[in-house]
Design a protein around this ligand. Sequence first.
Ligand SMILES: *[C@@H]1O[C@H](CO)[C@@H](O)[C@H](O)[C@H]1NC(C)=O
Length: 239
Amino acid sequence: MRRIGCGFQTKQKYRFGWFSMKLKLVGGDSAGVVTAYYMCSDPGAGPERDELDFEFLGNRTGQPYTIQTNVYKNGVGGREMRHMLWFDPTEDFHTYSVLWNNHQIIFFVDRVPIRVYKNTEKSNNFFPNEKPMWIFSSIWNADDWATRGGLEKTDWKKAPFVSSYKDFSVDGCQWEDPYPACVSTTTQNWWDQYEAWHLSDSQKEDYAWVQRNLVIYDYCKDTQRYLEQPWECSISPWD
Ligand SMILES: *[C@@H]1O[C@H](CO)[C@@H](O)[C@H](O)[C@H]1NC(C)=O
């Protein structure tokens, strides 16, 4: 595999908020190419990092993209979900957003909640809520795993592979070093208020539709990989 790619990151880091970007992904033959849009507490991807990922896995011309999301805490991940999309993400810009507060993390596509990740509020919980994160995006070659498990290789004759971005927006708590800012969750901001602790009724409808129609992998249901279900899987996203 050729290790090659590029990316960019925010100057500021944040703890909790609403983070949103429009992306238009590599079209045509994008097999092996991954575009990522993520939040991470360590720009060097160090072993103790927290991370919230959107990863767009390319495919052969005419074959569907899949979107993979993942959550890391203190360097431990393995919380993958994969979804099909209900549109071709290479034809136009679509909005990909994360809502992050101390109660839940929601991954949105065009304001539709595709994944809800709850804080179990237990002492041993697996919920990244301590470290501020920067926002990153990158595009790289991952043809050892990305498309059909690595069977489909990047066709370098199709290079360059280009993803486009616009309308980046943050409504969150900006962290100021060295004093730990954003320490207590206030209820001053909409993304921190009670309404943002749960799905709304209309969000529940959208989420149910996604669950029925678009989920292709859920680590919570992978009993071969996890003999014991990770604890956070038992928390209902409906509460
Ligand atoms: C690529 O297309 C194939 C064939 O339709 C499909 O099985 C696969 O899930 C798609 N996506 C990835 C990331 O392999």
